[in-house]
Design a protein around this ligand. Structure first.
Ligand code: PMP
Length: 405
């Protein structure tokens, strides 16, 4: 299989859009990726041909909807290399997956217990644990970030001890692009008996979510960063841990028996899936994973590497531009500040030229404080981006600089 970027682009109808008469250059993929036609079709097909509530109906449409929905769960299971399909829980996204785990953790932690997250976490993987520690009286600690934007692994080792009950690690930093050594960090946490959650919002987007290889207990991710729809994601949890984990929402489907005074809980995965699930989006998420997994992964990785290398080279040659985050191992994210102009001004002026980037703190305020910046402008690449688009970004930045001078 080879990688043909123009054929890939043809699968994404939105990439034909123009912004004020200029071709759209979409470089905000760490926020959300665009969707290929097959994913859009999966959504439309579901509502056109078999919309029905799942699991409960005694009719053809309900059977078909249930079959497609549960088939999507199997696709996710394979994608994650999960031992069991029952460990795959549908959520609304990474944030909800993390909250399900944190909700249980608040009840399980005791004063004296310790929880570790990191200084580069998205707020979803930071505030949630802060709150779980506040509720339970446990102690919250964070792994510091080096000047290159990597996790300080020596400091991490020093934080671990027999009181460490839980470790939350971002697979990949959304703000800097740093790929963290999650397997090595998980092994260290396991050596002291801690449970480990990986925030896979950015890692799964690159297809690296082999939960057995990583060795973690929980892995949370969102479909929308992996060419799938918004509003759906997955929490994977090891069966032995999840089976007794405190339930999250209560309601239909997650129960086994109910009396007027009490209730018992359903088996996995349903015990964490109260209420009518987002069936159409789950099916479309399955389609996105099927589509992505069929690509030549080595070619995809090489393409994204080439985009980052080209962008980094142009950034280094660009007067007055400073790249924040120079980890050795990075996804295609270029976070930067310029000597002139607030990141918000840079974003605004790039948009006027048809170029979509994200600006601000990227839901990582402590990380911005660590680098002493109010925020950054962030260009993030996906498989449909081209070297010409990277050139277009820097040509536009030249104009931005002259406008702000
Ligand atoms: N963690 C990371 C690293 C992220 O990049 C994001 C999304 N920006 C999240 C968590 C939250 O994901 P979602 O908004 O899809 O729940």
């Amino acid at each position: 299989m080879s990688f043909d970027v123009s054929a890939i682009r043809d699968e994404f109808p939105i990439l034909k859009r123009e912004i004020d008469g200029k071709p759209l250059v979409y470089l905000d993929n760490a926020a959300t990726t665009q969707k290929p036609q097959c994913v859009i079709d999966a959504l439309v097909d579901y509502y056109t041909t078999c919309n029905a509530n799942v699991h409960r109906g005694a009719h053809r449409l309900a059977d078909e909807a249930t079959r497609h929905f549960e088939n999507a769960r199997d696709i996710v299971k394979t994608f994650l290399n999960a031992p069991k399909r029952e460990e795959v829980i549908w959520t609304t996204g990474t944030t909800e997956g993390i909250n399900i785990v944190a909700n249980g953790l608040s009840a399980l932690l005791q004063p004296g217990d310790e929880v570790i997250a990191t200084g580069m976490d998205h707020h979803a993987n930071l505030v949630t644990w802060q709150q779980a520690c506040k509720t339970s009286g446990a102690t919250f600690k964070t792994v510091p970030v080096t000047d290159d934007g990597e996790l300080d692994l020596v400091a991490y080792q020093a934080l671990l001890n027999e009181r460490t009950k839980f470790v939350a690690i971002p697979h990949v930093s959304n703000a800097l692009g740093t790929i963290n050594p999650v397997k090595e960090m998980t092994a260290k946490a396991k050596a002291v008996g801690a449970l480990v959650l990986i925030d896979g919002a950015q890692g799964a987007a690159h297809g690296w979510a082999d939960v057995q290889d990583i060795g973690c207990d929980f892995y949370a991710f969102s479909a929308h960063k992996l060419y799938g729809p918004m509003g759906v994601g997955v929490l994977w949890g090891r069966e032995a841990v999840l089976a007794d984990w405190p339930v999250w929402r209560t309601g239909g489907e997650m129960i086994s028996t109910v009396t007027l005074q009490d209730a018992t809980w359903n088996v996995l995965p349903y015990r964490f899936e109260a209420g009518t699930p987002n069936v159409a989006d789950a099916i479309a998420m399955g389609e996105a994973i099927r589509w992505f997994s069929a690509l030549d992964q080595e070619a995809v990785a090489a393409h994204e590497k080439a985009l980052l290398a080209h962008a980094t080279k142009l950034a280094d040659e660009f007067d007055g531009l400073t790249v924040i985050g120079r980890a050795k191992n990075k996804i295609g994210v270029l976070s930067f500040v310029m000597d002139q102009g607030h990141p918000a001004d840079i974003g605004f002026l790039l948009d006027r030229q048809g170029i979509a980037v994200r600006t601000g703190d990227h839901c990582a305020q402590p990380l911005m404080a660590r680098f002493n910046v109010p925020g950054t402008a962030r260009a993030s690449f996906a498989i449909y981006n081209t070297l010409e688009e990277v050139d277009a970004l820097f040509a536009a930045l030249k104009k931005v600089r002259s406008m702000l001078a």
